[in-house]
Design a protein around this ligand. Structure first.
Ligand SMILES: *Cc1c(COP(=O)(O)O)cnc(C)c1O
Length: 365
């Protein structure tokens, strides 16, 4: 048995999401790029790349990883490219998308003939959290003023709009896109491609996938553009668990179990977005608060129900550990970095990466 802690990616679950990708590509004509900032565990890319069209990135390292490990189409985007990285970014990308008019003007001559895009911030969004809202007041993410975008329209091939976050309602996506069409229709008509970003929860059970496809297809026809989507979370939702072991149990007004992992180090978004993870099978009459082993007082994964009282050595699965987890893991408290394993469709589990004390030492100097 693989020692805990480790992230466990389930190939069958990933394939279910990839089948939705295929359906969307086929029915809508949109191209689907994996957003590497959400999930960059390249051991899973062989399984994903036949069902997606490539990757999109937020930095030089991501664009290089996409090119080397995923292949197919590679989009480069960054909130700000620096002078010393732009040539390498261009060399590894098929399209380059600038965040601002300033960045576009600064680097367009170094784009080497590659198609160039600009991030369009429509000023409206669906995001539950101010921290993750691209349309928040004073946002630095993209250009909003149509006049500024029109000033370079003849040198622009496309735009990228990312204004959805965990949006699980087609009606909401539809309404937001309608607002974009109203305000920016003249711009859209003059482009070759439009990326509508990520944040659409189309792999959530019950999502109106066909309605989404038909809407995307109509949008592509109305404006004469190739549509792209940039799913991150939707690609890996419900595919991965964090496997941990109980190290200690106790009672402090409620039952607590301390496990060999940590929210802050291994599932950071639980802390940032004040969420809890689904834990265990979710049934049984023994309730426990599952706590991390760092010294952070609020290092808590969430509540789990169990059929038997928990004991030291018991293993627990913490759910929804695929997106924004492995890309954010860190060495806080010097605790063990979870390994990464993949459960194949036949049930066998393959360890693809383990970390050691040397990796910890090597991460600092
Ligand atoms: C974060 C991000 C994505 C992916 O978002 P998900 O919510 O994980 O689908 C796609 N495009 C851009 C520009 C992003 O910033």
């Amino acid at each position: 048995m693989i020692p805990t802690p480790y992230y466990l990616i389930d190939e069958s679950a990933l394939m279910r999401n990839m089948q939705v990708m295929d359906r969307i590509r086929e029915r809508s004509g949109a191209k689907l790029l994996l957003a590497l900032k959400c999930f960059a565990t390249w051991s899973a890319f062989d399984l994903m790349s036949p069902h997606m069209d490539g990757t999109t990135s937020s930095s030089l390292y991501e664009v290089k990883l996409g090119r080397q490990k995923f292949g197919k189409e590679t989009h480069a985007y960054s909130v700000a490219f620096s002078d010393h990285e732009i040539d390498e970014v261009v060399a590894h990308s098929d399209k380059i998308i600038f965040n601002s008019l300033n960045q576009f003007l600064r680097f367009e001559s170094r784009a080497g003939g590659k198609p160039k895009g600009l991030r369009l911030n429509p000023g409206v969004s669906c995001a539950g959290f101010d921290l993750a809202d691209p349309a928040r007041p004073f946002s630095r993410l993209g250009e909003t003023d149509p006049e500024r975008i029109l000033s370079i329209i003849d040198r622009l091939d496309g735009v990228m709009i990312h204004n959805n976050c965990e949006n699980d309602r087609f009606e909401s996506f539809d309404a937001l896109l309608g607002q974009v069409e109203q305000r920016y229709g003249d711009i859209l008509r003059r482009l070759k491609w439009v990326s509508l970003g990520g944040g659409i929860s189309f792999t959530e059970p019950g999502y109106a996938v066909d309605a989404l496809c038909d809407r995307l297809k109509r949008f592509a026809q109305d404006y004469g553009v190739q549509v792209y989507l940039e799913p991150g979370e939707a690609a890996v939702r419900h595919t991965t668990t964090l496997e941990v072991s109980v190290l200690d149990v106790g009672f402090r007004g409620k039952n607590l179990a301390v496990v060999d992992s940590s929210t802050e180090a291994h599932m950071l978004d639980l802390l940032i977005y004040r969420e809890t993870a689904p834990i265990g099978q979710g049934r049984g009459e023994h309730a426990y608060e599952i706590c991390g082993k760092t010294c952070l007082a609020g290092d808590i994964f969430g509540e789990g129900l169990f059929e038997q009282p928990l004991q030291v050595g018991d293993r627990i699965s913490i759910g929804d550990a695929g997106g924004y987890t492995m890309v954010k893991k860190n060495w806080f408290n010097g605790i063990d970095m979870p390994a990464i394993a993949i459960r194949k469709a036949d049930g066998s589990v393959r360890l693809v990466r383990a970390f050691s004390f040397d990796d910890y030492v090597g991460s600092l100097s």
